[in-house]
Design a protein around this ligand. Structure first.
Ligand SMILES: NC(=O)c1ccc[n+]([C@@H]2O[C@H](COP(=O)([O-])OP(=O)(O)OC[C@H]3O[C@@H](n4cnc5c(N)ncnc54)[C@H](OP(=O)(O)O)[C@@H]3O)[C@@H](O)[C@H]2O)c1
Length: 236
């Protein structure tokens, strides 16, 4: 699990959100050879202590610095907080949306429950000029922490990736692989809804074959039928 750049400067992975998911991703990315920059909402000194305990080698910086310096930026913060992200610094960046609308924590927000739109599309609209790809949202942080394996390991678990640009999707799939999981393409960003809470794939800690099967079953699931109706489409 390396990023294949041992001979040059390591690729810089930024993580905004230093909570359960952010810390696990930081640990996996450091282990994979990335230079990792992490931002949280608190003072960098406090965050540095918690990050240092789990991901020795990760650096802590202000959000705008992480957004500006990183090649890839993972959003691992509560979904409503995307509104406060530094859009200027993220312009032109590949941004990986690992967030979910979790109403118990985030409060009731009808815009995130609108089946016509995936939450990643909402994030994309709030970050003009950034290229948003969805990944790392459906697997629980404990599974992320425990299930990373080298490529080729039998039964290796899979992470789905949804995005509109083929090159960006390839880049994120490579990151998924580097961090220890088989990447599975889930379709364009609007189809990221197949990975959201309420879909079968949400919470999935399964291999690539099973994850693909879950994604393919989505249109015939109750939620898939509701999504198709809301989007004015016949069942696929
Ligand atoms: N938990 C899971 O198993 C899991 C799995 C996959 C994806 N996710 C998704 O990942 C996101 C984070 O989940 P989590 O479980 O890691 O939550 P968490 O443990 O509560 O961590 C969220 C982190 O984001 C920070 N934060 C809040 N507002 C911020 C801002 N404006 N700028 C920078 N950092 C900010 C918080 O810092 P403070 O505490 O200092 O406010 C906290 O460290 C959620 O959208 C969740 O749905 C969760």
């Amino acid at each position: 699990m390396t990023n294949g750049r041992e001979d040059s400067a390591p690729e810089v992975l930024g993580i905004i959100g230093a909570g359960r998911v952010g810390r696990v991703l930081a640990r996996l990315a450091v282990a994979a050879g990335y230079r990792v920059l992490v931002a949280g909402s608190g003072r960098p000194a406090r965050i540095a202590a918690t990050i240092g305990a789990v991901a020795s080698g990760a650096e802590v910086a202000e959000t705008a610095v992480v957004a500006w310096e990183a090649d890839l930026v993972v959003l691992a913060l509560p979904l409503p907080a995307h509104r406060g992200l530094p859009a200027d610094e993220l312009r032109g960046k590949l941004v990986i949306d690992a967030m979910n609308y979790w109403w118990e924590a985030d409060g009731l927000r009808p815009e995130y429950a609108d089946l016509r739109t995936s939450t990643s599309e909402i994030v994309q609209r709030s970050l003009p000029g950034a290229r948003v790809v969805k990944a790392f949202n459906h697997m629980g942080y404990r599974d992320l922490d425990e299930e990373a394996r080298p490529a080729g390991t039998p039964g290796r678990k899979a992470i789905a990736v949804a995005g509109d640009d083929a090159e960006d999707v390839r880049t994120v799939m490579r990151l998924v692989d580097d961090l220890g999981f088989d990447p599975v393409y889930a379709g364009p960003l609007g189809e990221g809804i197949r990975l959201e809470p309420g879909a079968e794939a949400f919470g999935a800690d399964v291999d690539a074959t099973e994850l693909r099967a879950m994604l393919e079953r989505f249109p015939t699931s109750q939620r898939g039928i509701m999504v198709a109706r809301a989007r004015g489409r016949r069942r696929q």
